[in-house]
Design a binder for this molecule. Structure first.
Ligand SMILES: Nc1ncnc2c1ncn2[C@@H]1O[C@H](COP(=O)(O)OP(=O)(O)OP(=O)(O)O)[C@@H](O)[C@H]1O
Length: 374
């Protein structure tokens, strides 16, 4: 009797062992199947994305000039080919110049009565850098936001690289604010506030919503362009990175512009999102005072816009530094913007707000009367 029980127990144990073994095998097969399934999905998605990207681009290689033009396809671009576009860009001359900066010259390219672009001709780099240039531009081509100047395509040719942007009919904030020939009346208080909010939204989008996150590195009033409704559009993002000589090392190359650079940048040479916040603070001061960060009178007195405003605001004499054309504007709204500017200009980066926080603070105190809405 007891032997019978022992046999049964052994048989039972063997059976359990076998079923355990098959359960482990089953789990193993299920895991392998799952991994294979996920991997195949990733691979398929990758190839689908590559095909989609190819479809999104119109590529034209010009055998004669050795150039290549890539247009990111969108509804605006459907009606003409890269070939005709390239031919028109090759005809651009001095009479089409609308501006120039540290990276090159900007031309107005008119396609027809209803369509025009801004073409930026960049000084040429090495071929290695050009490959990096193309990769980065493909990323930039994906960025679409109403407060960012759209990049429609690019052209690489042996002697120059071209970037094709939306043309901003009202030029740059710098020109409207500081050039005597421009109509400063366009910039009443609500218009300035709208520009501040729009630019903040654009930069916040680059910092938080783009993957990978983008640090602009050169926020300044000449990189804030104005569309037909005086909405702010941030331009030139990524150019500082594109043009950097060697991205794999910490660079001593100063990518930004004096007067806008955060103090820590001079010590570390590292660009950060908080550095952009500082530069944006300088732009807010420009909007409030109507003065350039490196105004000649500041240089003569051995000071600069930020230092001058900080000392006056500490004494609660904001009206003394305010642009004379803003004197009749609501004091609390103006003080609010001064307060936000000073937070952005904190010497210690960790004490500065993020751009998302700046957007929120600006939106909380919007002026009641806005030009063309928000
Ligand atoms: N998309 C655009 N639409 C209309 N005007 C533009 C456009 N892009 C640039 N501009 C004009 O061309 C000028 C030069 O632009 P660019 O970006 O080359 O130099 P910058 O920003 O002034 O200086 P830096 O190159 O040193 O940053 C701008 O100030 C602006 O007036």
């Amino acid at each position: 009797m007891s032997k019978k029980w022992t046999d049964r127990r052994e048989a039972l144990i063997k059976l359990r062992g076998k079923s355990m073994e098959s359960a482990v095998k089953l789990a193993f097969y299920i895991t392998v199947c799952c991994i294979a399934f996920v991997t195949s999905k990733v691979v398929i998605s990758f190839f689908c994305y590559k095909r989609w990207r190819q479809k999104q681009q119109l590529v034209y290689e010009d055998g004669l000039s050795g150039g290549k033009m890539v247009m990111f396809r969108n509804s605006m671009m459907q009606s003409f080919t890269s070939e005709s576009f390239m031919k028109k860009t090759l005809k651009l001359s001095n009479k089409d110049v609308i501006g120039s900066g540290g990276y090159g010259t900007v031309y107005k390219l008119v396609i027809n009565e209803s369509m025009a672009f801004a073409v930026k001709r960049l000084n040429k780099g090495s071929s290695d850098r050009d490959r990096g240039f193309e990769r980065e531009l493909e990323t930039m081509g994906d960025i679409k936001h109403r407060n960012i100047v759209t990049l429609h395509g690019y052209c690489t040719a042996p002697r120059h690289n071209l970037l094709i942007y939306d043309l901003m009919p009202n030029g740059s904030l710098d020109a409207v604010l500081h050039r005597k020939s421009m109509n400063k009346k366009l910039l009443d208080w609500p218009a300035r506030y709208k520009i501040a909010v729009g630019a903040a939204r654009g930069i916040s989008y680059l910092h938080d919503d783009c993957i990978p996150h983008i640090i602009h590195r050169d926020i300044k009033s000449s990189n804030i362009l104005l569309d037909q409704n005086m909405n702010a559009r941030v331009s030139d993002f990524g150019l500082a990175t594109l043009m950097e000589p060697d991205k794999t090392h910490v660079s001593t190359f100063v990518a930004g512009t004096f007067g806008y650079l955060a103090p820590e940048y001079f010590d570390t040479g590292r660009a950060t999102a908080k550095g952009d916040v500082y530069s944006f603070g300088v732009v807010l001061l420009e909007l409030l005072t109507g003065k350039k960060p490196m105004d000649e009178t500041f240089l003569e007195e051995g000071t600069k816009l930020v230092t001058w405003v900080k000392s006056v605001v500490e004494d609660k004499r904001e009206e003394y530094v305010l642009d004379s054309s803003l004197e009749c504007c609501p004091v609390d709204e103006i003080n609010n913007m001064f307060g936000i500017a000073l937070m952005c200009l904190e010497p210690e980066p960790s004490r500065r707000p993020t751009m998302a926080e700046v957007v929120k603070m600006l939106e909380q105190k919007k002026p009641e009367k806005f030009v063309n809405g928000y």
